[in-house]
Write a protein of this length. Structure first.
Length: 84
């Protein structure tokens, strides 16, 4: 199964860039019909992960994917599953 990986470590302190990259990776998954996107906000204080989850919970974004899975073994990862 193909997946896309987005590592946010390099842009963690650039607020607008984070949303741009999240939008880009969601669009790419839809265009290429990729069923899994792995987003790595990192562990840190948890603020970046919260920002990612808030982004994914927006109504217009939420309707694009099937479900979000928080990795219970690695708290610094979030999986977004698509149904095609």
């Amino acid at each position: 199964m193909a997946k896309i990986k987005l590592d946010l470590h390099d842009i963690y302190n650039k607020g607008g860039k984070i949303e741009t990259e999240l939008n880009r990776v969601i669009e790419e998954a839809l265009e290429k019909r990729i069923k899994l996107v792995e987003i790595i906000p990192g562990k840190g204080s948890g603020q970046l992960k919260k920002k990612v989850l808030r982004f994914l919970d927006q109504k217009h974004i939420r309707k694009l994917y099937h479900r979000v899975e928080k990795d219970d073994k690695n708290h610094g990862r979030v999986f977004v599953h698509f149904r095609f």
